[in-house]
Design a binder for this molecule. Structure first.
Ligand code: FPP
Length: 249
């Protein structure tokens, strides 16, 4: 890192309010590739390198949980060649990064409808979760085949089944009951949502969990997003007045 990057990291750490949980919509891989007359998968490949960079930045800043939107349920409707490239990239990411993630103390989990993945991708996913289990420095959640409405429908289905089985009564169904049946049950809600590439949309990402998150949208395309951009987003977050619907004291 350059001196000024160190200064920025020092400044945000000194300020003291590092967001415990950061969620990121990694957008703009296709436009990054298009701007260089490259095929779209080249943008995803460059996006994979940015994931490594941001995991390192998160570790440096002292973030506890990073939740990254890597592949949405809607992405299954992309051309088969792009889906294949993304799935190959997922396996490549796991093969390349597993040892380093384990050594860095990063515990990786995958959130989403993983049954739609190929058997070999499912095996790779399971092995990365097992290899990195117990990592205590950062929880890295990769949302794959993920859609927030489907996640909420799944939670409703799980609750209905428990009511039917007599383990729950309808009066037990409150916010905590729903939250416990989301993929994110074990982590606090994100404090900060970052979206790259300048789009102001949630795109069916963590609709429940982002209720009180601060939003930060940057025009930077995901493959160009570095830890310095992450630190800038954190610095911006530190200027916010989070009221959670109350008044400032
Ligand atoms: C959005 O860009 C990005 C995706 C659909 C895929 C995200 C994937 C990665 C960052 C790389 C893989 C990561 C892992 C962890 C294996 P877009 O294609 O929608 O871009 P566009 O809006 O410019 O077309």
């Amino acid at each position: 890192m350059t001196g000024s990057n160190d200064d920025l990291l020092g400044a945000i750490r000194l300020h003291g309010t590092i967001p415990a949980h950061i969620a990121i919509i990694m957008d703009g891989n296709g436009r990054w590739a298009q701007a260089r007359s490259l095929p779209r998968p080249a943008g995803h490949q460059a996006g994979m390198a940015a994931v490594r960079e941001i995991v390192e930045g998160g570790l440096q800043a002292g973030v506890d949980v990073l939740t990254l939107f890597a592949f949405s349920q809607e992405n299954w409707q992309r051309p088969p060649a792009e889906i294949d490239a993304l799935m190959r990239l997922l396996e490549e990411y796991i093969a390349k990064e597993a040892a380093q993630l384990r050594d860095q103390g990063v515990a990786v989990r995958f959130l989403g409808d993983l049954e739609r993945l190929s058997p070999s991708a499912q095996r790779a996913v399971d092995s990365l979760v097992a290899t990195t289990a117990g990592g205590a420095n950062l929880a890295l959640n990769l949302c794959i085949s993920y859609g927030a409405r489907a996640e909420l429908a799944r939670a409703a289905r799980l609750i209905a089944e428990e009511v039917k089985a007599g383990r729950l009564v309808p009066q037990d169904v409150d916010e905590a009951c729903v939250a416990q049946r989301l993929y994110t049950a074990e982590w606090p809600d994100p404090d900060l949502l970052i979206r790259t590439s300048g789009e102001y949309r949630l795109s069916n990402f963590l609709l429940w969990q982002l209720a009180y998150a601060e939003f930060y949208v940057t025009p930077v395309l995901w493959p160009d997003f570095t830890r310095v951009h992450l630190f800038q987003a954190i610095q911006d977050y530190q200027q916010r007045d989070r009221r959670f619907g109350r008044v400032s004291l």
